[in-house]
Write a protein that binds this ligand. Structure first.
Ligand SMILES: Nc1ncnc2c1ncn2[C@@H]1O[C@H](COP(=O)(O)OP(=O)(O)OP(=O)(O)O)[C@@H](O)[C@H]1O
Ligand SMILES: [K+]
Ligand SMILES: [Mg+2]
Length: 676
């Protein structure tokens, strides 16, 4: 992971946030947050009354008013600081990304000749040549060649990755560097719309929009604010009618204590910090909505190969059937794999080499390559002499051989099942109508998978493993990994059908994918996590991209989403519960100020009415910065069911929210009373 992406709050980020706390006082930006906007207006009113007491015809205590002004000002500044701090890391990251976005020379192919142009002049559809040591001038797809590419500028991962034409590893990103060989790249994005451009605007939050959840909460907070505003405004005349003199700064202090300033001040910081946690994890979320959807997921669809297992399925043995010998199986498997660039295909040739076996490569020369497809589940070669060599999933191969009038060796199924039962994948090898044997592809379940699926189950999330592999292998791996359910022999279109079925039951579905044929399903899923190594189509369809291309990360992304929703819920509960204690401090104080005989109301035993009001107001202000770490880090999180979580949180943050301010205000009052 990128060093600067991991870095914690630096002093540069903090001092920038301090500065922005003041620039954010601009009422135009403040209005986006109605709760804090009301506090700001109150601050200005108290300031005016302090500066020009004559105009307001009051005999207020100037010292008291000035103190109220400063406490209110700090309340607003603290809220601004929380937001600025949450934005800080993203902004710093955007700055360093902007530095990597230099204009460079590109070797554009124009009518077969290379013309040197500026990268800024490249458009969608242009074709460029990028050689060893050069920077790739824009996002694109490799159309010819193979190269290793250093993508550390965007992924933070220093080990170069292989990019090649065709298949699922063909997409390249502008700003990354070719470290060996040469590729021909077709540019797929216009200036200003590249991956790095999008990444910059994402991490700096330039286009950050409130999520539906945030909007709903904001509406609730605004309604509460309006209600209390009406209450406080009507309190003045009523008091006047009763001949009680309530001073305006005291009423404003009351209003600020009543309205939900704690959550109002921290709300956007919580959302930004949640997005930021995802980014620190090297996952780019296209919107806050995607992160929140991750927190609400009911069903998670996972690939077997590469997600639950390591995915470097390696040929480990040639198993003959029907009286053939292992050498013949190996030879035909190798001839059929000469051009198969999948890990499976390459591993066949490696196994031949390891076993010191040779094959007649001349048979493969001039042959026509039949690429592996998830639909056919086989691959191979059509030789010049007319023979067809194939390897593939056993059931698919049986059908293929039968269609040509061949017979299926009796020991094929038993041998295939034996491999599958061990969790391996058997590939049958055939030439025309004869099956010679099996390739034993070995794969291993990643460590710790069972624990992760247990956690997901505790959160109430159902996991479904979806694989193109045969049912026996699928069952073995599913059992070993501990997923709830599996679908075997699934084709890409089955995945989208599965997602639709779950969604029809009202469930939110998450999935990962990297191939072009995953794109429709990634778009259909509520949370689609595409691999950065994957195709452009997959990355554009998904609402998240994992820069490390680790499909099992979807599990952590869901945890982060859950934590974000929980943090917001917990702090909302805390904030509203909190205000209750402030009524007990401030309302009696107001009445005692007006009618000293009512001092029995002083249940909290606060020093004086003035110090009670100031203490409540001070507590109201400092609780915001005190809760910034919690808002940024997220509340401590244990996987459990939603209902259990809810009751636990109401207990901790609801009850805590009532008790903490009683103690806090009392302690502050002991100090404040020394002066007031
Ligand atoms: N290069 C290949 N040549 C021939 N057959 C292959 C090749 N790769 C895989 N197969 C066969 O095709 C089947 C389907 O492959 P596919 O990639 O669609 O799914 P998978 O990798 O088994 O599972 P997952 O969906 O979890 O990635 C495999 O189970 C295997 O039997
Ligand atoms: K408040
Ligand atoms: Mg696969």
């Amino acid at each position: 992971m990128n060093a600067n992406r991991k870095s914690m709050l630096t002093s540069a980020i903090v001092s920038r946030a301090v500065k922005e706390s003041f620039t954010k006082l601009n009422p135009v930006s403040m209005m986006r947050n109605p709760v804090m906007f009301v506090v700001e207006v109150g601050t200005v009113v108290v300031l005016l009354m302090t500066l020009f007491p004559g105009y307001f015809n009051t005999q207020d205590d100037i010292g008291f008013n000035l103190t109220v002004f400063f406490i209110l000002l700090f309340t607003v500044l603290f809220a601004n600081f929380a937001e600025a701090l949450a934005e800080g890391r993203g902004k710093a990251q955007a700055d360093s990304l902007k530095n990597t976005k230099k204009e460079i020379n590109a070797n554009k192919l124009v009518g077969g000749v290379i013309k040197v142009v500026s990268s800024a002049d490249l458009r969608k559809g242009d074709v460029v040549i990028v050689s060893q040591g050069e920077m790739i001038p824009g996002d694109g797809e490799v159309v010819e060649g193979l190269a290793s590419v250093d993508e550390s500028a965007i992924t933070g991962e220093s080990a170069p990755v292989i990019k090649e034409a065709g298949g699922d590893f063909s997409s390249v990103t502008g700003g990354t560097r070719v470290v060996s060989d040469k590729i021909k790249v077709r540019i797929t994005s216009d200036p200003g719309e590249s991956f790095i451009d999008r990444m910059i605007s994402l991490v700096e939050g330039a286009k950050r929009q409130k999520t539906p959840n945030e909007l709903a909460l904001n509406t609730l907070l605004t309604s509460l604010t309006i209600i209390f505003l009406i209450v406080v405004v009507t309190l003045g005349p009523i008091a006047g009618y009763l001949d009680i003199d309530l001073q305006v700064p005291v009423l404003i202090a009351l209003l600020v204590c009543l309205i939900p300033t704690t959550i109002g001040g921290l709300l956007s910081a919580i959302g930004i910090a949640g997005m930021d946690r995802v980014t620190q994890f090297n996952v780019l979320a296209m919107s806050g909505k995607a992160v929140e959807a991750a927190g609400d997921i009911n069903t998670m669809i996972l690939d077997k190969t590469g997600t639950i297992t390591y995915g470097n399925r390696m040929a480990s043995e040639f198993v003959p059937v029907g009286g053939a010998d292992a050498r013949t199986v190996g030879e035909w498997a190798a001839i059929g794999s000469v051009q198969d660039e999948t890990p499976e295909g390459r591993s066949v040739l490696e196994l031949m080499k390891k076993q010191g076996m040779a094959y007649d490569a001349s048979l493969a020369s001039g042959a026509e390559f039949v690429e592996f497809k998830a639909e056919t589940r086989m691959s191979g070669m059509d030789l010049r002499d007319g023979r067809k060599v194939r390897k593939g999933a056993v059931d698919a191969m049986k059908k293929w051989v039968a269609a040509q009038g061949g017979t299926i060796p009796e020991d094929l199924d038993a041998n295939g099942d034996a491999i599958a039962r061990e969790g391996g994948t058997p590939l049958a090898v055939a030439v025309d109508n004869r099956i010679f044997g099996l390739i034993y592809l070995k794969d291993t379940v990643k460590p710790g998978m069972r624990e992760r699926f247990d956690q997901l189950r505790q959160m109430g999330i159902k996991t479904i493993m979806c694989t193109g592999d045969n049912p026996l292998t699928a069952a073995t791996i599913a059992r070993e990994a501990g997923v709830d359910d599996f679908v075997a022999e699934s084709k890409p279109e089955d995945k989208i059908a599965l997602i639709r079925r779950e969604q029809a039951e009202g469930k939110l579905v998450a999935m990962t994918g990297d191939g072009t044929n995953d794109a429709p399903a990634l778009a259909q899923a509520d949370v689609g996590l595409a691999m950065n190594s994957g195709t452009i189509a997959a990355k554009e369809a998904a609402n998240m991209v994992d820069l490390d291309s680790d499909p099992s990360k979807i599990i952590e992304v869901v945890s982060i989403g859950k934590q974000l929703l929980m943090t917001r819920g917990a702090l909302t509960t805390f904030s509203i519960a909190n205000d209750i204690a402030k009524y007990f401090a401030i309302i009696p104080a107001m009445f005692i100020l007006a009618i000293p005989e009512m001092s029995v109301l002083n249940v909290m035993g606060l020093g004086s009415p003035m110090s009670a009001i100031l203490s409540a107001l001070i507590f109201n202000a400092i609780i915001i910065p005190l809760l910034i770490p919690l808002a940024m880090k997220g509340v401590a999180y244990k996987p459990m069911s939603a209902s259990k979580l809810l009751s636990r949180n109401i207990l901790v943050y609801g009850l805590g929210g009532v008790i903490v301010p009683f103690i806090g205000i009392k302690v502050i009052d002991l100090v404040v009373h020394l002066w007031v």
